[in-house]
Design a protein. Structure first.
Length: 541
């Protein structure tokens, strides 16, 4: 694709085949030896700045509001218990954009005005780092806003060099959408341009070396400001070569290898996290040979956790983990980024009907899995958001308390108000005051994960479970001689006794619904039973 398509017939476009959009950019330098994985033992918290905390009463969350609440996320003192204890923030797009969500970037080098200024951003990064919190930015490489000067000039003729920065054709090539949407070729006064997601989001031509160089330089500029890494949006769509070659193309993998190597040549600790919304086998390809992204979201596992809890049987999770093990055979299990929900999905609490035991089991399962877990803001409270198809319902303002107008989010009128169907107690102040709340489960299990290397960075194996019904589940985490066994009952009734093929003397570290003390005999751990949706973390000495 790209400038080579300009003026071509449809047949000529399609004849380009798999090399149609090229693999522009300089050759990737060798990776430096220091590729330290600071994220290995971390827990990451996704924040939509617009919906987190408003510092000036205009109804829109901002960087100053987030900075003022960092102590609620991690105050930097492991001895305190009023903070959640997360280690890193993933900020949804904060760059200048004409939309509320920011995924159509108008200027990659400036902060969106409602969020504040570059000085506010620098202050946030400094304050986060002072508390030991890393900062990850959402980086949209696939497309820009149609209002970006690059695109405006590419179609106006004011900057002929920018024509090749997007994907143009003189006629409509007629490709179908790789998504469930309108065909991706969009008409304009000067031709047809390729835009997978929306006419307001024209795809950048990443096969143009100047585009790759500019975007890499943008990322370096944010790393120079102290950013610790990037979540890469929509990586499956970065290159397209034909009507049936619009996702997961070889050029995409080559591009990611070059970007990572070029960034790490100067910033060896920079993290890249891929949003490759696909099955486990496809996601695993974005690890490459350990030279593409370091983390990728585990979508199949997220689906499997919901299915296991919703269906009352562990089989979906067992199968998802088995597929992950096969897909990552011989690779680094630290590649995984497990999660429950994100800004594009129905919130976990809504999907599970707000049932407290189900939400606590989901939290425990997430924090038992290998990899670097990601939490969506408000998930720790059990926020359901609004109902309906509008994506804003998944991104509603954070609830800080139960009594003040705007629930402590703003003193003004919130930028968006969903139907008032959150359950009583779903706010931070109430959750902190209730030792049995979901927030306490998250806080305590994050602390447990930090305190047990077997949980935070250890290997994961699935021991044999005998008895306990269809809901019984076990996962063994180990590093060196340290081991932690996670057992759970996804069923809607008590499990009854069951055994797990794991040697050692068990001692409960954290549990919910464990009916008695587990025992050990003959290389087996005997669990006396778990209540419906019950779970336990057991040390094995």
């Amino acid at each position: 694709m790209g400038s080579r398509m300009l003026g071509m017939t449809v047949a000529a476009v399609l004849a380009l085949g798999p090399t149609g959009c090229g693999g522009g950019g300089a050759p990737a330098p060798s990776l430096p030896p220091n590729t330290s994985g600071w994220w290995r033992d971390k827990v990451v918290y996704e924040v939509f700045v617009r919906s987190f905390a408003d510092s000036d009463g205009d109804g829109t969350g901002d960087l100053k509001g987030l900075t003022a609440h960092l102590d609620d996320l991690n105050d930097g003192n492991p001895a305190t218990t009023a903070d959640l204890g997360v280690d890193a923030l993933w900020l949804m797009p904060v760059f200048d954009s004409p939309s509320y969500h920011g995924y159509d970037v108008r200027d990659y080098r400036t902060i969106d005005a409602p969020y504040g200024t570059l000085a506010d951003f620098d202050a946030l990064v400094a304050a986060a780092h002072a508390r030991g919190i890393k900062v990850i930015l959402d980086m949209v490489l696939n497309h820009s806003s149609s209002q970006h000067a690059w695109f405006v000039n590419s179609q106006s003729g004011a900057d002929a060099a920018r024509r090749s920065w997007y994907v143009w054709s003189a006629t409509d090539p007629g490709w179908p959408s790789p998504l469930l949407g309108a065909p991706p070729w969009r008409p304009a006064a000067t031709g047809w341009f390729y835009a997978v997601f929306s006419p307001s989001m024209p795809d950048l031509n990443l096969g143009e070396p100047a585009v790759e160089a500019e975007l890499t330089d943008v990322m370096r500029s944010w790393l120079a400001r102290g950013v610790d890494g990037f979540r890469l949006d929509a990586v499956r769509y970065l290159f397209a070569n034909g009507p049936d070659q619009q996702i997961d193309q070889p050029e995409t993998h080559a591009f990611l290898r070059r970007v990572r190597a070029n960034l790490q040549a100067q910033y060896p600790r920079a993290l890249l996290v891929a949003e490759a919304w696909a099955n486990t086998e496809t996601v695993a390809t974005y690890y490459g040979a350990g030279d593409e992204v370091q983390l990728a979201f585990s979508f199949d596992q997220a689906d499997a956790i919901r299915a296991a809890i919703g269906g009352g049987t562990s089989s979906s999770l067992v199968n998802a983990l088995a597929r992950t093990e096969a897909a990552l055979a011989g690779k680094d299990r630290g590649f995984e980024a497990p999660f429950l929900s994100n800004h594009d999905q129905v919130r976990e609490a809504r999907a599970l009907g707000g049932e407290p035991a189900a939400l606590k089991l989901a939290a425990a399962t997430l924090l038992a899995l290998p990899g670097t877990p990601f939490l969506y803001y408000g998930e720790e409270l059990g926020m359901q958001g609004g109902s309906g198809a509008d994506d804003r319902n998944k991104r509603t303002p954070y609830r800080w308390d139960a009594t003040t107008p705007g629930h402590g989010f703003t003193t003004g009128t919130p930028w968006f108000t969903a139907a008032p169907d959150e359950a009583p107690g779903v706010d931070l102040a109430s959750a902190r005051a209730d030792p049995g709340s979901l927030w306490h489960v998250y806080r305590d299990l994050i602390a447990l994960r930090h305190g047990r290397p077997a949980l935070s960075t250890g290997d994961a194996t699935r021991p044999v479970v005998t008895g306990g019904g269809a809901g019984a589940f076990a996962l063994l985490r180990s590093t060196g001689g340290a081991r932690v066994l996670f057992v759970a009952n996804f069923g809607t009734a008590a499990s009854g006794p069951f055994t797990v093929s794991a040697a050692g003397t068990p001692a409960a570290l954290a549990s919910s619904g464990l009916s008695g003390a587990p025992t050990a005999a003959g290389g087996q751990v005997a669990v006396p039973g778990l209540d419906a949706r019950g779970w336990a973390f057991l040390s094995l000495e």
